[in-house]
Every structure is written in C-alpha cells, then in structure tokens.
Design a protein around this ligand. Sequence first.
Ligand SMILES: Cc1ncc(COP(=O)(O)O)c(C=O)c1O
Length: 453
Amino acid sequence: MKDSKIFELIEGEKQRQREGLELIPSENYVSREVLEAMGSVFTNKYSEGYPGFEDLEGSDDDVLASEPANHRYYGGQQFTDKVERLAIARARRLFHADHANVQPHSGAQANNAVYNAWLEPGDTVLGMNLGHGGHLTHGSPVTLSAKIYNFIAYGTDPETGDIDYDELEKLAKEHKPKIILIGYSAFAKVPDFERVVEIGKQIPGCLLMADMAHVAGLIAGGAHPNPLDFGFHVMTTTTHKTLRGPRGGLILSRGKVSNPLKKPEHTLENIPTLIDRSVFPGTQGGPLMHIIAAKAVAFYEAEQVSFQNYARNIMSNAKVLADTLIKHGFKLVGGGTENHLILVDMMGSFGVDGKIMEEMMDKVGLTLNANAIPNDTLPPFKPSGIRLGTAAITTRGMSRTEMIKIGDWMRRLAEICVEIEKKNKPESSFKGELAQMREEVREIAEIFPVPGI
Ligand SMILES: Cc1ncc(COP(=O)(O)O)c(C=O)c1O
C-alpha cells in the first residue's frame, strides 16, 4: 500500500517549487536525469571501500574499458565500480584535480574528512570568521571539529567587504596553522588565491584548503578561478549548490594517488590517499551509491558547453539583480557581487532586520534567507541582513527582465516592512497588495518551469 501522506507532501513541495522563485544562494533545481539516478536501485547496494583508481585519465569510454581490481569489502560491484570511477574521472577533469573522493555524504562530511586526514587533535586551522561569511564547519564552537581542533579566524575588511589578507598573513605567521582554509557561505568576492598560496608556502607543513561549496558550479563552468590551479592542495565542495547535482559532498586534491588500503606516509604529496582513508573508514561507512550515480550525471552535465553558458548567466543575472537593488536603496556588503551571491544590509538600508524581510518575501513566493552581515550587532535568528543568489532562477532560464522585476518587488516589500515596523501600519492593510504580488510571482514562475518536475 502506498504511503499517501508522504506522497501528498511531495506533491505539495513540487507545487511550492513550481509556483515560487528560489533565491536562496545554496539551492538549485536538478535535472530529471539527476533525480532519476538518485531514485535508482543503487540505493540497495553496499559498497564500502573504493573502486580501482588506475586508468582514470582518458575519456568516459576509456574509463569504462578498464576494469582494475577494486578495494571493496562486499561483492557484486560490477556496476558500482564503473559508476564511481566515472564520477571520479569526470570530477578530476572538471576541476583539474589529480584525485577526487566522491563519497562524502555532505559538505560538512567532506570538510571533517579533510581535517581528520591532516590534523592531530589540538592542531590549528586558520579559517574565515563565521560572522564575516565563513561556514559553521570552519570552526563554530557548536561543532565537533571545533572541540577537537584549534580554529583561529581571519575576517573581512569592513570597507571593501573583501578578505583582510594582511590580517590573514599576520595570523598565519603568528599561529603557524596546519591548514589555511579559504571558504565561505556569505561572501560575494573572488578570493585572491595567489596571495594565499604565497602566505601558505611560508608555513612548513601547511595544507591549503579551499571550501568552494558555493561557487563550485562557477568554477566547473569556467566563470570563476579554480584554487587548485593556483597551488591549493585540496578543494572541498557540496554538489548541490551552483554545481546543480544531488545533495552531497566532494573532495578534490592534488598529489599522488595510491592504494587506499595501505597507510601512506603523512606528507602533503600523499594527501589524496590520506583523504580517502579519512572518508572511509575514518569518518563514514558505506557510500551512497545512488547519490554517487547522480553526482556522476551532474558532472556529465557540467562538462557540456551549455553549463559554461549557465555559469556565465548566473553571474550576469547576479550583477543585474545587485545593480537593481543598489538603485532601489539596498546597501550591499562589499558594494556588489563578483559571484552568484548578494548579501544585503537591511538594517543599514531601511532600519528593518533581515528576518522581517525574509518573512515578507515568503508571503509572495520569493524565498531567501535572513543572514548575519560582518560585525552584526543583531542575533543570528534576527540578523541585520538577507542573503540571496541567482543559481536556481538562472536554471529556470530567467534573465535580465526577471532580475529587474525581482528587484522591483523587493523594493516594494522593503517599503512594506518599513511601514509595518516603523510606522505601525497593520499588516492587514497590505493584504490585497501582497495577494496581487503573489499572483504576479506565480505568473512569472509558471512561464519558467522547474526542470525535473
Ligand atoms: C561553504 C560551505 N561549506 C560546507 C557546507 C555544508 O554543506 P552540507 O550542508 O552539505 O553539509 C556549506 C553549506 O551550506 C557551505 O556553504
């Protein structure tokens, strides 16, 4: 008997996605093929361990033609080995990496696996201040990794919104971290990877790690620099944001790839194998083979020329939306955007907090999230800012006209927030206007269907 309750909820979510516009910068819409691979029979299979890593250099056909011995703990791997090898080969090509571990269940798992591969308890990591755009897994005291390792934070420059590289260098020289981590979830600039590599080279045994979860799709599409091209040793990412794959993690590395069943020497050159051993059995059990199949499909899609156009369009849409918001009086952290993401200081712009704006936008089917801005004086659940991005709406095929329209709606919604919050107007007096706007959003949303539904 079918579980009608859950399937009704799935239908409800489909309708929500179809009729609204997704502006959360970490979300996207996957293709029908990615969905199908995720829902495939590979979910039935246990595949602890790894496929053989030989002959991953050539085309997909070359990779399939070779069947090296695997390093698995279960039988029946004729198809899983090929799936995982294709995923690895495609990820290596996309990101110019010597090795790819496609097994992390999420971005957080990927980061923890890298820490566990390279660090001993008590070792120091220099990462971006969480309040300035860094991610929870980069040292938030509520995480397990922050209990194990010593996280030191660099910040951003309040004037430019960019990383304060002088501070980063000073802290690196003072604390001699074992890892320098460039990565963020609320930062709209392109990092100066070259400068960070120069800083890292001065610290013996320092691993250079980039968590590019947000911009991986831009990197894959050639629209954003790739930290591995500048000398970073490791890049972690999620596969579900701009990269437009299933929810999951990925670790790319430079170095020598060897048999994951044999413990290698603890050197930077051996980081690929140290990471493999840290993912499994270090921090995870069996891989999610249905998700790895879907990652492989997403990497295939990202290798197409159409994905390069997509990556460029995400960025040009973000620029148009940012310019429209600036014109309407929104103050953007860093003064604009160089990627897919826009961080707005709502309190500084209009005197209302980000949570109120988030809730107002939700009422008309525009989804984004309230977010802290650098040096925020408000608490995390009612922060000063909002964070939005263009990855998902670009997938739906929207462009300049729709970006301007979204900016216009946001201006009116900000004005309504001000009238309710500052001028004590009852929310009910905007009921008709909000219902009308909800209709307009629905109309535009239906012109641009959600792929996969
Ligand atoms: C920079 C960064 N790293 C890691 C993660 C964690 O990814 P996940 O939610 O898949 O664990 C995120 C998610 O938002 C992120 O933005």
